[in-house]
Design a protein around this ligand. Structure first.
Ligand code: ZN
Length: 398
């Protein structure tokens, strides 16, 4: 840890740059105390590691700093100095006794109180969610930043994102969704933006990089980049996904395959209107192609032209699928205010733009024409080619 108190109650924060001689001198004169547990701590001034405080062996401190990696100490120190440079009131390792939580940095900005957590080690989903909830309930805006070492790029625009990664997802005030990452070695922020998952673990994304010296806090909190989306990559990944599924059928997928088979559908003969990208699809863990197939089976398939499709109906079937675990939602503790039904509505809006539905008032659509199910692979290929040629503009603009 980087903060301790002296016996007389003075705080010493090693987030500021001190000369070694000054600290050696202080160490000879003072005794240092952990601000959380009150035990005395040692000031370590080695040449290998960053200057820091350490509990004595066998300490019972509830906040076990001793597992802190070099990356974590150095990362939070850099972020603290970055905020200080911008004259943003910040406290390193701020301990909130009331909630018994200690964000890496607490700072105040534009009337809001932030709890910045720079996370290098993995943390259980349960602990992450509980901490975030406590922050929000106590008027903190959580700002979780993941270590860049956890972000592994597969290809230029595809990335594997686990449930752990999605916990870091946050929103700008305008509704842009992104995951902030930081690398202390390169002094580099990395923002993972335009996240469009095509399977549970894989997503199309855009990466933006900002040197710590060139970015201000507001740009980190409110990145302005427009949502970008690559339709041909999406298409390729969806085709690969379908193929993969048929080659490696797992029991959880078998239920889905069985159901669509019973309804006269086949994974290889899904129409091009099923499996489309929508902005909020990342709120749902179940791949788009599956929940859109369910929506088709539950609601759209039975409708004839002029029939109404109400939001209530959509909601009812969506919730039923969630209860049966056919559809799984993502845990997004920083985005609790977002309702995953948004993704379903956006899909219907896309179908409206494609000329399949017509909007009727605030809470309903009307069927204009039915979605045609291809009867052969050849028919599907032709339908798909035609569909993407004709609707390219609609699908790219999201
Ligand atoms: Zn302690």
């Amino acid at each position: 840890m980087l903060t301790a108190r002296t016996k007389t109650g003075k705080k010493l924060c090693l987030g500021y740059d001190y000369r070694k001689e000054t600290l050696l001198d202080l160490r000879n004169k003072e005794e240092f105390i952990c601000p959380i547990c009150g035990e005395s701590v040692l000031l370590k001034l080695g040449d290998q590691r960053i200057f820091h405080f350490a509990h004595k062996r066998g300490s019972n401190c509830r906040d076990n700093f001793e597992n802190e990696s070099y990356e974590h100490i150095e990362g939070k120190r850099q972020l603290f100095q970055w905020l200080n440079k911008q004259k943003i009131p910040s406290v390193l390792e701020f301990y909130d006794r009331e909630i018994q939580q200690r964000p890496d940095i607490m700072f105040k900005h534009k009337g809001k109180k932030y709890a910045l957590e720079y996370q290098c080690s993995t943390l259980s989903e349960k602990v992450f969610i509980k901490r975030t909830k406590t922050y929000i309930e106590n008027n903190y805006t959580p700002l979780w930043i993941i270590s860049s070492s956890h972000i592994r790029q597969k290809k230029k625009i595809t990335i594997a994102l686990s449930n752990f990664h999605y916990l870091f997802l946050r929103s700008t005030t305008s509704g842009n969704l992104y995951i902030p990452a930081y690398c202390p070695e390169e002094h580099l922020f990395q923002l993972v933006e335009s996240i469009t998952p095509f399977s549970i673990k894989n997503a199309l994304v855009e990466h933006s990089y900002y040197s710590l010296h060139n970015i201000e806090l507001d740009e980190l909190l409110e990145p302005e980049k427009k949502f970008q989306f690559n339709l041909s990559s999406w298409n390729k990944e969806i085709e690969k996904f379908i193929l993969n599924w048929s080659l490696h059928p797992q029991s959880s997928k078998k239920i889905f395959l069985h159901e669509i088979y019973n309804r006269g559908l086949n994974l290889f003969l899904l129409p091009p209107e099923i499996g489309l990208p929508v902005f909020h699809s990342l709120l749902i863990q179940t791949p788009s192609i599956i929940w859109q197939t369910y929506l088709f089976l539950d609601v759209l398939a039975s409708k004839s032209p002029n029939d109404l499709i109400t939001f209530q109906e959509i909601n009812f079937h969506f919730n039923k699928r969630i209860r049966r675990n056919d559809i799984i939602l993502r845990n997004l503790p920083q985005l609790e205010q977002l309702n995953p039904i948004l993704a379903q509505i956006e899909y219907l809006q896309t179908l409206e733009q494609l000329g399949i539905l017509i909007r009727k008032g605030d809470t309903a659509f009307q069927m204009k024409r039915k979605i045609m199910i291809p009867r052969s692979n050849r028919e599907r290929e032709e339908a798909k080619l035609f569909f993407y040629k004709k609707n390219n503009n609609i699908l790219v603009k999201k």
